[in-house]
Design a protein around this ligand. Structure first.
Ligand code: CTP
Length: 377
């Protein structure tokens, strides 16, 4: 039995990036030999084992063959006679298809497909036609583009286009799509993920709502700005969706099974984008109403997030919108609205039916006073 370090951990190490968990491939062993050596079998579809102490993943060398469209239609062949080279050949990108002897960190990198040269040239290139057997690899490629800023080799882009044309991405399950998209959104250049998906024709299949926004492609600059400011996943997703119609955001978020936090912030951004962008022109009553409809009282954190997202939208608009005064007015109104003591006002009234009107008036007055005090009226 021979063990090699493979895949993303080796790639990240060569790039000088921190490595969280390492993957290993085992050549010349049977599942029983692994179990006898103390490894715990975990693979449902593939022969994968966890190391008894480090809990890192050890996979028996395997070859794969596709049997049906989509993600699940695989049969695999794993036997002690499957070689390391055969295992590397079924992997997605050359930069992910390198290996190194597990016993010797100084051993030369085993690199039959030119992964090191592609790392140096900053290129994503598929290893073999077997790439086409797994459509998740299109999403992975887009995610790596967002993470590393690498270009895609022309032959790989052409293959991705053929896969998309053959309907391969249509079979991807929502969870898998969101898993990749949400990881890609958190990288330094998330717009690169959507640009690559667009170029290979997959974006219109996965998120048609985005491609329908503008004739010259989806507006990506708000997302770029959100990433530049280190915003959260929900904020980046909201920045991506901010120019869409609220109904489209709803449909898209449901199809992608986006988490509630992402879905709600994106919906708010789509609904309130214009009011916030132009809050420089709203009066006290309109500002108080904005805080009310966005539920700023009960969800203050979400309200502040929304204000920041619209900041990214303003910066990313073409030409950029000056949001400084609008933002200052919104935040002053928000603070004044929150400071109104609803309990005290209710206690002064004779009938409960009077409460909503009295509260509204008190909040409007508080907002107006705060704006005046801050010189923002
Ligand atoms: N792999 C593949 N095709 C896939 C998924 C994985 O060929 N659809 C191979 C690649 O060789 C990859 C390795 O399995 O490097 C490990 O996969 P995984 O841990 O999912 O991803 P990483 O490449 O390690 O990348 P990340 O840093 O995103 O985890």
């Amino acid at each position: 039995m021979k063990i090699y370090q493979v895949g993303g951990s080796l790639r990240d190490e060569l790039l000088g990036l921190p490595v969280a968990d390492r993957d290993w491939v085992v050549v010349g062993a049977s599942p029983q030999q692994m179990i006898d050596a103390g490894y715990r079998p975990v693979g449902r579809d593939f022969p994968v084992f966890l190391h008894p102490r480090t809990h890192e993943e050890y996979a028996l060398a395997r070859t794969e063959r596709k049997t049906a469209p989509g993600y699940t239609g695989f049969v695999f062949h794993s036997a002690p006679d499957v070689t390391l080279e055969e295992d590397l050949l079924r992997r997605d990108f050359t930069i992910n298809a390198m290996a190194r002897d597990a016993d010797d960190a100084a051993a030369p990198i085993i690199d039959p497909h030119g992964g090191r040269a592609d790392l140096a040239a900053r290129v994503l290139r598929h290893v073999s036609p077997a790439f086409a057997e797994d459509p998740v690899r299109i999403l992975r490629g887009a995610r790596f583009a967002a993470r590393f800023g690498f270009a895609v080799a022309p032959e790989t882009l052409a293959l991705m286009r053929r896969m998309t044309g053959a309907g391969e991405v249509d079979a991807l399950v929502a969870e898998r799509v969101w898993q990749e998209l949400s990881r890609g959104l958190m990288y330094a250049n998330p717009q690169a993920m959507f640009e690559l998906l667009e170029r290979c024709g997959a974006l219109g299949r996965i998120i048609p709502e985005i491609t329908q926004t503008a004739p010259d492609g989806p507006p990506m600059r708000p997302l770029t700005m959100a990433a530049r400011h280190g915003m959260t996943l929900a904020q980046r997703y909201a920045a991506l969706c901010a120019w869409l119609a609220p109904a489209a955001v709803k449909v898209m978020s449901e199809r992608l099974r986006a988490p509630a936090e992402c879905r709600e912030l994106a919906l708010l951004a789509a609904r309130q984008r214009d009011a916030l962008l132009h809050a420089g022109h709203l009066d006290a009553a309109q500002l108080a109403e904005l805080v009310r409809v966005t539920d700023g009282l009960r969800q203050p954190g979400r309200f502040r997030s929304l204000v920041q997202v619209v900041g990214a939208v303003a910066e990313g608009a073409c030409p950029p919108v000056d949001y400084g005064r609008a933002k200052a007015r919104v935040l002053a109104a928000f603070q004044a609205f929150r400071n109104v003591d609803a309990g005290r006002i209710a206690a002064t009234l004779a009938a409960p039916a009077q409460i909503p009107d009295a509260l509204r008036q008190a909040r409007e007055s508080a907002v107006a006073a705060a704006l005046e005090e801050a010189g923002l009226l």
